[in-house]
Design a protein around this ligand. Structure first.
Ligand code: HEM
Length: 450
């Protein structure tokens, strides 16, 4: 059979298939370009991970249908089946009626008043972090952003009741869990997870550690009169379901805390790291944003009311979320037959799409590989809002979207008001997609006082 030949009603197989491995090689060696290239072979393309067939949707309209109209006909898919037993059934992992109920309970923690409180907290932590940065010396931006994003989410979730040792344990565990989570999905059999090899041992230890720290913190906070006021955790512990009037059981609060920690640190940190790499390469734009920030807050400590005034900074963040969309693969599984572009996907079919690849389509974004925040000034410069999905869409759309936007604006303002960033070397900006997000691999950056 020719590479791309397929029976009527089924999806063509992508080129590059190898016996036994399927499409693992291109997916591991050049993940995002490989996923981008699939659009040339049709709106629905079949790839194989070992022998497991997975259907890739390459058409943004079909992805929107999958996430929104067909949400009730899908579940989250095989990556999450494996994760559930280890990481618990928090929002990021749960599905169906249970997910909808949990979502109703968690959502109030992200309403306006909460976000205003988290904005003040992010501004305080960002100012303290920036004042500690050594200037005039090349340094990597990624660990700075990871440390700051971790501190902001941890403090918003748990307040300062976390000891330095607990913070360090979270810090060590989160990257291992997020990388292992993706790598394990590519194992040919779940039996391999049981092998006592170093990668499995590291992953199991990181999961155990993360869960233990979160358990300790929830137990402290759940004790009478111990709950830190105004944290996400206290809201989760005290919130009542509007329909049933019931509180969330503590075991579920733990699962939600793990979910929020995992979903809320790496994504924001990676986006901010990409933004600062791009701004270091585009000095004029960096100056423009710095002026915008200083016009509303000379010391960079922006208040929640200032955020709508940071229009150009917002454009630069949107453009970063477009060109460097953190979540490079997302998944679903059909629970009822689905028909996309003449292809019928039976119940049980695994479905994958890449927000990063979709956002680089020239059909949606003219000159897609250019970092061009100006495109967000013109409707024709970018995709219509429903096809721009850095935070997903439908019932699983990111619950932390406003939190993330607030955090990214506040941190960007804190940095640009005080510092000028430049690349230390001419090292090109590259990407690496070995974990749950596409991370930058670029030059060290030098920060100088403005
Ligand atoms: C730039 C930052 C962020 C990006 C790009 C992002 C992206 C996403 C995406 C694409 C999804 C949907 C996943 C799917 O459909 O399978 C999602 C879900 C989620 N995100 Fe975010 N996220 C960000 C920040 C955050 C933050 C700061 C938090 C929490 C503090 C958070 C918590 C969650 C949770 C709990 C879910 C699961 C929602 C559900 O299924 O109901 N995210 N995120």
């Amino acid at each position: 059979m020719r590479e791309d030949a397929a029976p009527p009603g089924s999806a063509p197989r992508a080129p590059g298939h190898l016996p036994l491995l399927g499409h693992l090689l291109p997916l591991l060696t050049r993940p995002v370009p490989f996923l981008q290239s699939l659009a040339d072979h049709g709106p629905v393309v079949r790839i194989h991970l070992w022998r497991r067939p997975v259907h890739v949707l390459t058409d943004p309209g079909l992805v929107h249908r999958l996430l929104v109209q067909d949400a009730a006909r899908t579940e989250k898919g095989f990556v999450f089946d494996q994760a559930r037993g280890l990481l618990g059934n928090g929002l990021f992992i749960s599905e169906g009626a249970f997910h909808l109920r949990q979502r109703r309970l968690v959502q109030p923690a992200f309403h306006r008043d909460g976000i205003r409180r988290y904005a003040a907290l992010a501004a305080r932590l960002a100012a303290a972090a920036v004042s500690r940065w050594e200037t005039g010396r090349p340094a990597p931006i990624e660990p700075r952003m990871h440390g700051l994003a971790r501190d902001i989410v941890v403090e918003a979730l748990f307040a300062t009741r976390l000891s330095a040792a607990q913070k360090a344990r979270i810090d060590r565990a989160v990257p291992v869990v997020l990388t292992g989570f993706v790598q394990r999905a590519l194992y040919p059999s779940p039996l391999l997870e049981k092998l006592p090899v170093p990668a499995n041992r590291r992953f199991d230890a990181a999961v155990r550690d993360l869960r233990t720290v979160v358990d300790e913190i929830v137990d402290q906070a759940a004790a009478p009169q111990q709950g830190p006021d105004g944290t996400l955790l206290s809201l989760l512990l005290t919130t009542r379901d509007e329909e049933t009037g019931l509180a969330m059981p503590p075991a579920q609060v733990r699962d939600e805390a793990v979910s929020l920690l995992l979903a809320g640190t790496e994504t924001t940190a990676t986006t901010l790291a990409w933004l600062f790499h791009e701004l270091a390469r585009h000095q004029d734009l960096q100056d423009e944003l710095s002026e915008e920030v200083r016009a509303v807050a000379p010391d960079g400590a922006v208040s929640p009311d200032d955020l709508p005034l940071l229009e150009r900074t917002g454009h630069a963040i949107s453009e970063t979320l477009r060109l460097h969309t953190p979540n490079w693969i997302l998944m679903r599984r059909a629970v009822e037959p689905l028909r996309y572009g003449g292809v019928v996907l039976p119940p049980g079919a695994e479905i994958l799409f890449s927000p990063t690849a979709l956002h680089r389509s020239p059909r949606l974004h003219p000159d897609p590989s250019r970092f061009d925040p100006d495109r967000w000034r013109r409707p024709e410069g970018h995709a219509p809002p429903r096809l721009f999905i850095p935070f997903g869409a439908g019932r699983h759309k990111c619950v932390g979207e406003s939190f993330a936007w607030t955090e990214m604006l506040v941190v960007t303002a804190a940095v640009l008001a005080r510092l000028r960033l430049s690349p230390a070397t001419a090292t090109p900006l590259r990407e690496s997609a070995t974990a749950a997000t596409v991370r930058p691999r670029g030059p060290l950056l030098v920060a100088e006082p403005r």
